[in-house]
Design a protein around this ligand. Sequence first.
Ligand code: URA
Length: 241
Amino acid sequence: MMRLDRLLAKLGLGTRSEVKALIRSARITVNGLVCTDPGQHIREDDTLRFNGQPLDIRTQHHLMMNKPKGLLTAARDSRQETVMSLLSPIYISCDCMPVGRLDKDTEGLLLFTTDGKAAHHLLSPKSMVKKIYEAKVSGKLDSDTVKRFEEGISLSDFQTLPAKLSIQESREDASLALVTLYEGKHHQVKRMFGACGHEVLHLRRMQFGSLKLDALLSPGQYRELSDIEWSSLLKESSIEA
Ligand code: URA
């Protein structure tokens, strides 16, 4: 339950005083009846219309974006363009935030949610949510690197958990591989390959938990997750929907 004026402001229809004026101008209906009371309590199953057009009154949203290269993963930044610039204003006014980070030059699956608590659980190392990356790296990958990933690599500030490296193509100049991690430290994939003498030339996240990057999303596009997709993700990190 939420007051009508608060809900409309959250949906991005204006500031609290603007939406109050809008409500008083009798342009909002609740379940078919004109409502001019900004304080009316609205329930999730109420039907709202604005100028006769149905309003989507959900304030909880969970999105999957195919993050393009070149944008910062951050809620805001004073100098650089962020992934938030791609979202429609309705998601911004509901505080839909990125779940974790992808580097500026990394592409692929980036989640957004309005549920800060769930985001925290999904990112917690205890949750052990699987992430799969496709990496193009310099040089020839071989079974020694697969073994090092499997055993865990000692970086300057931490020891990585066992990770799976699956070589897709291996050539003298460059190789392609899938990397499966159960943690997500800053620049982790780049640092793991770096420790084995390979530079990451291109990195794309393909999977986050059970969620696979939707092949229909071009870089920069996003879509809402279905209820089933979101609740399965939460189950994997032992959170109830
Ligand atoms: N590992 C990296 O090095 N960069 C990313 O963006 C994600 C994982």
